[in-house]
Write a protein that binds this ligand. Structure first.
Ligand SMILES: [Zn+2]
Ligand SMILES: [Zn+2]
Length: 383
């Protein structure tokens, strides 16, 4: 390891609250969110229709099949190109994805690529460090991110059929909803389509929110991604999110036999049938490297703790005390006064603290880089 390796460490970032705070145009549009809320309530209409057994079976099937299209298609193929397939299967995969009612393939994958480029930095659109509900669903209901970020997805935007599906992303969901009605009547529509869609939404959204706060970290990635068996079951293998952030080019997200990854199992089946090919997977050396338990420094958690600490200092100094005083109660006022005194002290030292934080982050990034280099597989000293 040479001095130049360490000298190229990225520039430090200031973790004052303002860095992660949402801007004025990052607000949920309450009007355009109404259909989203109505879809959540529609399944309740089964109190009038009753629930047919075939509607429940239909709901389970439409959940699982559409989840596969999201993980194998929108995520592992369109976002990460972790395997290859011909133009017709590619189109069918994209059409299947639109049935999940998560907008078009170019919109989905374009935003997802941005998430990987900026994970858990202040630029990451849906980092939970910007608010849990925001990362789960808020950013999707915000006008600012409604457009497809075409610059991020030029490689697939060149296909006119994909641009068509991306533009007319309602065709898939409507076709499925009508089919559900004809298969199992009104309860088929309510359970087979609407309830299944709601569960599918949250089963997908948890990977942006919970998979960055719940579970265990194996690899010292620069973000807060985690591995969770529970989330992996719900999402057919996407819960191994720390594995995924560590090696995003892989078509396989459960790195070991005990890490259930149904999507990868189906992709292998499809590759035996020659529908897909070139499934990328990490080598044993890659899987063994960069592990926190072997001394790779967990820079992702460190940065997130710094961000939280910065936010807490800010809140103690300003937000909390003003809110408490405004509530006007006697005991609360006394508490607020004490808080304000502590807060004032902290705010006065804010610059000093920020300087310290910047220095710590610098050192942490050096340490993370050094520990990563130290863990490189001996078999490949040149890469
Ligand atoms: Zn990804
Ligand atoms: Zn992530």
């Amino acid at each position: 390891m040479s001095a130049t390796d360490l000298a190229t460490t990225p520039a430090p970032v200031t973790y004052a609250r303002s860095a992660y705070a949402r801007s004025a145009d990052e607000r949920v549009n309450k009007v355009t969110s109404i259909p989203f809320i109505i879809v959540h309530l529609l399944p309740l209409l089964v109190i009038f229709t009753g629930v047919a057994l075939e509607a429940v079976v239909l709901g389970v099937v439409t959940y699982l099949v559409r989840m596969f299209f999201i993980t194998a298609g929108y995520h592992r193929y369109f976002s990460h190109r972790s395997y290859r397939m011909g133009r017709i299967p590619q189109f069918l995969m994209a059409f299947g994805g639109t049935m999940a009612t998560q907008k078009g393939p170019l919109w989905w994958a374009g935003h997802h690529r941005h998430h990987h480029r900026t994970s858990d930095t202040p630029e990451d659109i849906h980092s939970p460090l910007r608010g849990f509900w925001w990362s789960h669903v808020g950013w999707i209901l915000c006008d600012k991110y409604a457009e497809t970020p075409m610059d991020n997805i030029k490689d697939f935007a060149k296909y006119p059929e994909l641009r068509f599906l991306n533009r007319f992303d309602w065709i898939g969901p409507w076709a499925l909803a009508i089919a559900c009605y004809f298969i199992a009547g009104w309860s088929g529509l309510l359970i087979g389509f609407f309830l299944s869609t709601v569960l599918l939404w949250h089963g997908t959204f948890v990977i942006n929110s919970l998979a960055h706060v719940m579970g265990r970290r194996r690899y010292a990635t620069e973000d807060t991604s985690r591995n969770s068996a529970l989330l992996a079951v719900m999402s057919l293998g996407e819960g191994w999110h720390n594995n995924h952030h560590y090696y995003q080019a892989s078509a396989r997200q459960g790195f070991f036999w005990w890490e259930l990854d149904v999507t990868y199992g189906i992709l292998r089946l499809l590759s035996w049938m020659r529908i897909v090919s070139d499934l990328k997977t990490p080598s044993p050396q890659v899987r063994a490297a960069n592990r926190i338990r072997n001394g790779a420094f967990d820079i992702g958690t460190f940065r997130s703790h710094l961000a939280h600490a910065g936010a807490a200092v800010h809140a103690t100094g300003t937000g909390i005390s003003t809110r408490l005083v405004a509530s006007g109660q006697h005991a609360v006022e006394a508490l607020a006064e004490r808080r304000a005194q502590v807060g004032d002290g902290l705010v006065h030292r804010k610059e000093e603290l920020e300087e310290f934080v910047r220095g710590s982050l610098d050192s942490a990034e050096l340490l993370a880089r050094a520990s990563r280099l130290a863990q490189r597989p001996l078999a490949s000293p040149l890469d």
